[in-house]
Design a protein around this ligand. Structure first.
Ligand code: TMP
Length: 239
C-alpha cells in the first residue's frame, strides 16, 4: 500500500509503503536537461521510463546484478528496496558523446576501448561536478573497496546492457548509474536505467534514440521511447 510522499526529484516521486524497507518510485512525465535549465512535460513519459527501467532491471537480475528493484506495480510505479543513495553519478562511456566531447575536445562517435568510467558528485547546486576517487572519499562515505566494487559493478552492467541493446539493434553509447546502501550496509544498483539515463544509437541508421532528442531538439521523445520499449518487449517475448 502506498504511504506518504518521501521525496520528489526531477523525474520521480518516492513514496513510503506499509513495509518499512520498501519504497514506491512513481515516474513523472517531466523532462529536464542541463541541470533543470531546459524543462518540459510529455504525456506518457513516466509510463515508458517505468516500463523500460523494469525490463532492464529484470534482465540485470537474471544476470546476477544486485539492485534495489523488486517489481513493477502498474504503468508508472515500481516497488524497490529502500536504500541510502551514495551521492555519486557513475557514468560509463563506450563511445564519445555529450559532456566528454566538450570537456576534453574529443570528437563525437570516437570509440573508447576499454570503456571509460567517470564519477560525478550528485549535487545540483554545484552542477554535478566531475570527481576523482580522492574527491569521492572526501565528499562521501564510500570506502576504497566500495568504490572498487561500484566501478566493477558499473563495468559488469555495461557488458550486460551492451549485449541486451545490441540484440535489439541499439548501440549503448554511455549511461549513468546510481548506487545505494541497503539495511545491512551492502551496496546495490539503484535509481533508473532508461533513455533518460542512457545514450542509445540505432545500429543501422546511427540515429539518437534517447533524451538527446529532447536536449538537442532533434525528434519526438515519446515516439522514440515507445520504440525502445517495443524493442525490449519483443526481445523479452522472444526469449
Ligand atoms: P553527459 O555526457 O552529459 O555527462 O552524460 C553521460 C550519460 O549520463 C548520458 O547517458 C546521460 C546520463 N546523465 C544522466 O542520467 N543524468 C544527468 O544528470 C546527466 C548529466 C547525464
Amino acid at each position: 500500500m502506498k504511504g506518504s510522499l518521501l521525496y520528489e526529484g526531477k523525474a520521480k516521486k518516492v513514496y513510503t509503503t506499509d513495509q518499512p524497507q520498501q519504497l514506491i518510485l512513481s515516474y513523472k512525465n517531466d523532462a529536464t536537461a542541463f541541470n533543470g535549465k531546459k524543462k518540459d512535460a510529455f504525456e506518457g513519459k513516466g509510463r515508458l521510463n517505468n516500463l523500460i527501467t523494469s525490463k532492464v532491471f529484470e534482465y540485470l537480475h537474471q544476470h546476477d546484478i544486485n539492485s534495489h528493484f523488486i517489481q513493477s506495480l502498474n504503468d508508472t510505479e515500481q516497488l524497490v528496496h529502500q536504500t541510502t543513495i551514495v551521492p555519486l553519478e557513475v557514468v560509463v562511456r563506450n563511445v564519445a558523446a555529450g559532456s566528454i566531447t566538450r570537456r576534453l575536445g574529443i570528437e563525437e562517435r570516437t570509440p573508447f576501448t576499454p570503456p571509460i568510467v567517470e564519477l560525478f558528485y550528485k549535487n545540483d547546486e554545484l552542477n554535478d561536478p566531475i570527481l576523482n576517487d580522492a574527491h569521492a572519499y572526501h565528499l562521501t562515505d564510500v570506502t576504497e573497496s566500495e568504490l572498487m566494487q561500484i566501478k566493477g559493478m558499473a563495468l559488469e552492467v555495461n557488458e550486460q546492457l551492451k549485449a541486451l541493446f545490441k540484440d535489439v539493434g541499439l548501440q549503448l553509447v554511455d549511461f549513468k548509474l546510481e548506487f545505494g546502501r541497503v539495511e545491512d550496509g551492502s551496496i546495490v544498483l539503484a535509481d533508473e536505467i532508461s533513455p533518460d539515463t542512457c545514450r542509445l544509437w540505432d545500429i543501422e541508421t546511427g540515429d539518437k534514440m534517447d533524451k538527446d532528442v529532447f536536449r538537442e531538439n532533434i525528434g519526438n521523445l515519446i515516439e522514440t521511447y515507445e520504440n525502445i520499449l517495443q524493442r525490449l518487449e519483443a526481445y523479452t517475448c522472444a526469449k
